[in-house]
Design a protein around this ligand. Structure first.
Ligand code: AMP
Length: 282
């Protein structure tokens, strides 16, 4: 697996793949890779001849006071994991390569509606940063297919919408959440948890699972969700939101069947997110 840092060799290498008629899959990440990321690489492998992974800790999607500086950077380990998982190429640019004019002057992509509320409400500008860098990666790599995790459910919805709205010729594939044995969704940020926090963290998945079962059995969400928030607090989590939406993240209506339960909660200074898809009864 080759690692490229600059745009011209990336374009040259990809042009050669394309001349040979090879299908290209893209897996964007911020590095510090775990089995969740590697599931995306495995999915990409199934869907294309060439798998291009990217590692870029995108400053445009971090807010003031968030963990941009502390975010774990583990390039050598990540390279070994990507190589073992079957990636063909790693693009790992430095920030000035992506944003040569600096962040303030950067042209941005904004995806209205689906970026609003949930994590977008707690992290203003976050999804504009995501949409901007993903659009840029789509332009640089011009993949046939791109794989994203369902763990970042709203992010996946934002990317699906931007691909539709900008008529981008890329197939977006969502990959199911990879979890630890106790149910906690794998995340680079889990490394911030101390032992006590790590022991409390599975309460997020456990609570979502309990709520899903009750919702699928017809319990009224208006009654259940406040109780869910109380259960999260009782487990030592500080919830930012707990919401039930239609699967496309539009507001729930009387006829919604395919739905998703989404939550974000803080444990100390670490913010965890999770979600479960479900089918509401008639
Ligand atoms: P990140 O490095 O956190 O930006 O994540 C890069 C990609 O990996 C995103 O598409 C995430 O949704 C996906 N991802 C992260 N954690 C998981 C997980 N536990 N299961 C599946 N996909 C994941």
């Amino acid at each position: 697996m080759r690692t490229l840092r600059e745009i011209p060799p990336l374009r040259d290498t990809l042009a050669a793949f394309r001349r040979r008629g090879q299908r290209i899959a893209l897996v964007p990440t911020m590095g510090n890779l775990h089995a969740g990321h590697l599931a995306l690489v495995a999915e990409a492998r199934q869907r294309a001849d060439v798998v291009v992974a990217t590692i870029f800790v995108n400053p445009l999607q971090f807010g003031a006071g968030e963990d941009l500086e502390a975010y774990p950077r583990t390039l050598a380990e990540d390279q070994a994991k990507l190589e073992a998982a079957g990636a063909d190429l790693l693009f790992a640019p430095e920030t000035p390569t992506i944003y040569p004019r600096g962040l303030a002057a950067q042209t941005r992509v904004c995806v209205p509606e689906v970026s609003e509320g949930l994590c977008g409400g707690d992290r203003p500008g976050h999804f504009d940063g995501v949409a901007t860098v993903v659009t840029m990666l789509f332009n640089l790599v011009q993949p046939d297919v791109a794989c994203f995790g369902e763990k970042d459910y709203q992010q996946l919805a934002v990317i699906r919408r931007l691909v539709e709205d900008l008529h981008l010729p890329v197939a977006v594939v969502g990959v199911p959440i990879v979890r630890a044995a106790d149910g906690l969704a794998l995340s680079s940020r889990n490394g911030y948890l101390d032992d006590a926090e790590r022991a409390a963290a599975p309460a997020l998945y456990r609570t979502l699972s309990e709520l899903r079962e009750a919702l699928e059995n017809g319990t009224d969400p208006d009654r259940l969700l406040p109780e869910g928030l109380a259960r999260l607090r009782a487990s030592g989590l500080a919830p930012d939101y707990l919401e039930l939406r239609a699967a496309d993240l539009s507001p729930l209506t009387a006829t919604t069947r395919d739905a998703v339960l989404l939550a974000a909660a803080r444990l100390g200074t670490t913010r965890l997110i999770d979600n479960l898809s479900l089918t509401l009864p008639r």
